[in-house]
Design a binder for this molecule. Structure first.
Ligand code: ZN
Length: 175
């Protein structure tokens, strides 16, 4: 049974919160017993009753942010923020999965995705020699061999696989 006292305790820990934040907090304890929708419904009715009793105030609308009266004037100090993954600016996330401060930043990130990972870096002479030695030693490299080599060289399996194929091709053309 989820009591208002349970919800109150979590809410008071957050001091300033949105419906989704309180829902996520409670869901950590009630997952498997209630669906997230049920938890959210309880949170919503809890908030409505607390607002009527003036034990909660709404400090911002659309989307709404609620606070206990003693934290109301300084709610911005208590509200939880995130760093935008594009511009680095701090913002208030209005959805649990939100990682960009604005639509503009989301679009910008989509247009220029993260730079290629270092697994695509050029092969060093020593790495190439090491791979050639392994090939000579074993004649043929199994998937397991290549996974181990990739780990040793801190490269992706894919990167090793491509290099092996190229080396084999070169060996065939220059015996
Ligand atoms: Zn941004």
């Amino acid at each position: 049974m989820m009591l208002y006292a349970d919800i109150f305790e979590k809410a008071y820990k957050l001091k300033v919160f949105q419906i989704w934040e309180l829902t996520e907090e409670l869901y950590k304890d009630w997952e498997g017993i209630f669906s997230k929708k049920v938890v959210k419904d309880r949170v919503t009715s809890f908030i409505a009753s607390q607002l009527r009793a003036n034990s909660l105030i709404k400090v911002r609308s659309d989307p709404s942010i609620f606070a206990f009266p003693e934290f109301g004037t300084e709610w911005e100090k208590y509200v939880r923020k995130r760093k935008c993954q594009t511009c680095g600016k701090e913002f208030i996330p209005f959805r649990p999965e939100q990682v960009y401060c604005s639509e503009k930043c989301r679009e910008r990130r989509k247009a220029s995705p993260l730079p290629p990972q270092k697994t695509q870096k050029k092969w060093a002479k020593e790495e190439e020699e090491f791979l050639k030695r392994e090939l000579r030693k074993k004649g043929k490299l199994s998937k397991k061999d290549m996974v181990e080599i990739a780990q040793k060289l801190q490269r992706s399996y894919r990167s090793v696989w491509h290099k092996v194929r190229r080396l084999q091709h070169e060996a065939k053309n220059n015996p």
